[in-house]
Design a protein around this ligand. Structure first.
Ligand code: UD1
Length: 353
């Protein structure tokens, strides 16, 4: 069987790692198209190295741009590759512009599309990720849902027939990285080497595009009592520099983006996490680090059970939420136990081999 995965952005490389392995172990031919949506070493090649992913067979080098221009360039380039490669199935991941572009390119050529991480919904139609998810789910042929909640959303949209619940492949990678990360040197700057710290990441458009919103989040993080380690997404670095916004202020310690294994160690060792990332909310939940999510909603509603994750749409509440006591509720295993990729690859091979 001839499978092609299409990825482009950091969280998709994480999901690709166990899927590639599961396809190869299952005897399929697997190749990757990298759209080039993320291109800095720390955002892209570093992940392929750390996670042991095969280099992409095609790198389209599309780069950054407005949503329409970026998605359109990818669509055109992916179509050219697929016409020659003639895959039995195209796998698309998550909810980025690369996901949508690959889906549209493949369905128009009548290649089956399997969407990994199908059925997530924020019900916030202002998010670019929500457009990408909804459009991808309705165009794809096989919907690989991470949870029953996600499958429920798909059923309500009339897509139950195409849905298989496979678990969450990010947990497969996470459990492996957590083992590899034991005893790793985090390489923190002097002064916080042995002290408790908060780990923070902010990158979503709804928190960064409005200059006042980003400035007030930076202020709130800078005012926390503990040191706040902030691996800075290039989008935020560019926006902050353009607006004269200082990131190294108060408690804040801006650092370069971390590789995946160091990030997992950093989450596990942190006293608390503050984030707007979907993946990080889940990673912190599985590792048992209380999280404050700077958003009005989350797609990963299971993390809210028992108070391990709390939403903090108001910037004024971040400090109070971060200093809440560590929850005691049992977290269970709503995202599976580390075998999702094997289940997902088996479902694809069963449908399209
Ligand atoms: C994208 C995804 C988002 C995902 C995130 C993970 C979409 C709509 N958004 O957001 O869902 O959570 O990836 O990180 O697809 N940049 C660099 N170097 C890079 C990549 C980006 O400098 O390697 C800068 C550029 O200024 C670029 C900006 O970051 O314009 C935004 O990048 P883009 O890929 O458009 O969106 P993300 O914010 O990364």
């Amino acid at each position: 069987m001839n499978v092609i995965s299409v990825v482009g952005a950091r969280p998709q490389f994480v999901k690709l790692a166990p899927m590639e392995r599961a396809f190869l172990t299952g005897g399929a031919t697997h190749r990757t198209i990298h759209t080039g949506q993320h291109y800095d070493h720390a955002m892209s090649d570093g992940f392929f190295d750390t996670l042991g992913i095969e280099p992409p067979a095609w790198n389209l080098g599309v780069g950054s741009g407005n949503h329409g221009a970026q998605t359109g360039s990818m669509l055109e380039e992916i179509e050219n590759v697929l016409i020659d490669a003639r895959p039995d199935c195209v796998i698309v991941y998550g909810d980025t512009n690369s996901t949508l572009a690959a889906t549209v390119a493949a369905v128009k050529l009548h290649f089956p599309v399997a969407h990994l991480e199908a059925g997530l919904r924020s019900f916030n139609r202002r998010m670019p990720e929500e457009h990408n998810r909804v459009l991808t789910d309705h165009a794809a042929d096989l919907l690989l849902a991470p949870t029953e909640v996600a499958a429920g959303h798909l059923a309500r949209e009339g897509l139950a027939d195409r849905t298989v619940v496979v678990g969450d492949v990010m947990v497969d990678v996470l459990l492996e990285a957590a083992e590899r990360s034991i005893g790793i040197n985090l390489g923190w700057p002097d002064g916080i080497a042995d002290s408790p710290y908060v780990l923070a990441t902010i990158h979503r458009a709804e928190n960064t595009d409005d200059p006042h919103r980003l400035a007030s989040i930076i202020d709130a993080l800078a005012g926390l009592d503990l040191p706040v380690v902030l691996p800075v997404h290039p989008r935020v670095r560019t926006l902050a520099a353009g607006r004269g916004l200082e990131l190294a202020t108060g408690s804040l310690i801006p650092i370069e983006p971390l590789d995946y294994v160091r990030m997992i160690a950093a989450v596990r060792e942190a006293t608390a996490v503050v984030t707007d990332s979907g993946g990080l909310q889940k990673e912190a939940f599985v590792l048992g680090t209380p999280t404050t999510t700077v958003r009005t909603e989350t797609e990963w509603v299971e993390t809210l059970e028992g108070g391990w994750n709390v939403l903090s749409p108001s910037v004024d509440d971040i400090s109070r939420n971060v200093s809440r006591p560590t929850p005691i509720a049992d977290r269970g295993t709503p995202y599976g136990s580390g075998f999702a990729a094997v289940t997902a690859a088996a479902a694809v091979m069963e449908h399209y081999a």
